[in-house]
Structure formats: structure tokens, C-alpha cells
Design a protein around this ligand. Sequence first.
Ligand SMILES: *Cc1c(COP(=O)(O)O)cnc(C)c1O
Length: 360
Amino acid sequence: MILLNPGPVNVSERVRQALLKADICHRESEFTDLLHDIQAKLLKAFVPGAEAEYAAVLITGSGTAAVESALMSSIPHGKRILIINNGVYGERLSGMVGLHRLGVSELKYDWTAKPDPERLRLALRQHPEVHGVAMVHHETTTGLLNPVKDIAEVVDSQNRVFIVDAISGLAGETIDIAGSHMYMVAGTAGKCIQGFPGVSFVLVRKGFLERMRTYPKRSWYLHLTHYVDDQGRGTVPFTPAVQVYYAFNEALDELLEEGVAKRIQRYKKMAALIRTRMAALGIKPVLPPDRQSNSITAFYLPEGISYDTLHDRLKAAGYVIYAGQGNLENKIFRVANMGALTEAQFTGFLDAFEQACKAA
Ligand SMILES: *Cc1c(COP(=O)(O)O)cnc(C)c1O
């Protein structure tokens, strides 16, 4: 089955085979080696040249675990977080801080709109109790690329902490984590890095780590400095998904061999292929080109075909597309181009899509 949903993604045979490596105990040196390998590769891939300034913290859990861990571990007593929300995943950030009553009124936008850095600057001046700002890098809801660089500049100039959910962005979009002074960036193995779901990570600025140690613990499993301290000794606090770590390590080798910039270019090219052909078929994208990411496109449903019908016809041909969420449900469909897929496989999908529309 070809997966055109935004994770889990199709992985290469090489990554799949890595699942079959030897059984090991996570309290032995074999696991320490694996952990250190993964950490070094993550830093090389995402903070090249600034590896010494960041720590890569691994967590067994899907992407949400890394996001929640980053967010809830970065708020001192008496301080708050401001969320920029323009989609389902921004909404999730709000839900997390809301649960602990640690938010201030969020900066909310329409799901197709780009956040405005000047509005953030004003809000930060008005709210001295705000310690950090959190935002999604690539809003998977619509495939909208948020202006992380501009927002990072404002957060930095106002001396606040920037926490970024880059789960669906890392390895698919250009992001200058170190240059933009991002304090916390959450990612996952199971999207553009082309590993399996089950392990996620946070890239943390080392200077901030020391400050975080004095912050209250709000979760037993997800308290980030707990992981940092254990990983400093080459271990992890809880039983890790060892086999998934093996596959993650292999996927990072593949990423570094391909090159992060080349991976991003490949995704961009595949997204363009999909968009050009869809345009020729009269299928309209939800976002204008200047807001679109490299790895997912939201399209309005073709006239006269329901999402379920379209989905089922394509699935019968071997392709899984993705539905809209919230108020976009039954209005749009999404096509992700993440994963170890070839141009021929995307062309095969586009042919099948054309047939599925004709069958109407
Ligand atoms: C996929 C995704 C997540 C995490 O989802 P999980 O199902 O927990 O892996 C978080 N944020 C964004 C932007 C995502 O695309």
C-alpha cells in the first residue's frame, strides 16, 4: 500500500530490515552506543555546525509525546505560555497548556492564514507573565508553512523562549534552528525522516537546559530533564522501543547519505509534480502557492465525489489519501508526499486519481 497520509510513511527495505537486529537490553552498553549514534546523527542533520550547543533528547512515544514534553517542561513557576494557533496541531498545543491552566489568550488565526509577527510583538509587550511562545512549524492540517524565522526573531528580541512543533517539518522544510535561537524543537522518526512511528525527540538548547532543571515537574513520563540526566549517563529512564530505535538509526543514515538539503529538494519536486497534475485536472488547492509546504497538499474535493468514495476507489488501487479535519472534513482531501517513494509511484497515484474521478 502506498501511504499518502502524513505519517506513518512508507519506509525503505533497508529501514524495515533494521527492525530485525539482535535483541538487546537497554541497560547494556549496546543500547548506549545506539542512543549516542542516533543523538549524534540528529544533531548533524538539524543543527549542523552548532552540534555542541544542542542536546538531542529521545523519547519513546509518537510525536505528541515530544511536543508535550517540550512544552510542559519549559514553564517556570508563575509563568505562562502563549500559543500561536492556526490549525489542528496549534489547537493541540493550546489544549496541553490549557489542561494545566498555563496559557494566556492564544493568538488564533484562520486555518489558511499566516501568523503575524507584529501582533506577537504587541502581545508579548502586553503580557510580561509570558515566558515562552509555542507554534507549529508546518501545520499538517492544511499543509501550511508557518513563518518560523520571523516569529523566532520576535520571540528572541523579546527575550522569550521559543518552542517549535516541527514534527512534520524536519527533513521536509528548511529551518535554521541554531541561527534562529530556537530553544526547543520537537520532531519524530515517523514522518519526513522516514523511520517508523514510536520514537520522537526534542532538540534543546544547552544553555536553556540548566534553567529548566529548576522548573516544576508536570508529568512523570514526559519530564524532559529526567531524560536529559539519564541520557547524559548513556541510558533512558523508561524501557525504550529498541527495535524502532534501530530503524530510526538506519533512517538517519539514509537521510545523511541523501543530504538534508537534497531530501527537501526531492520533496519539493514531488509536491510540484502532484500540484501541476492536479491543476491540469481542475482540482483546486486550499492554499495559495506561497503558503504551501513541500510535503503535503490540501485540495478541494472534485465536483460530485464524496471523500469516502474517492478514498475507497484510490485504496482499491493501492493508495491511501487523507481526509480533512474539523470544519474541512468532507470538503477537502490531503495528499502527503513523505516517505521512501519514487517519482514513478507518485505518477502511478496521479493516474489512479484521474481514473477515480472519471468513474464518477
Ligand atoms: C503528526 C504531527 C504531530 C504528532 O502526531 P503523533 O500522532 O503524535 O505522531 C504533531 N504535530 C504535527 C504538526 C504533526 O503533523
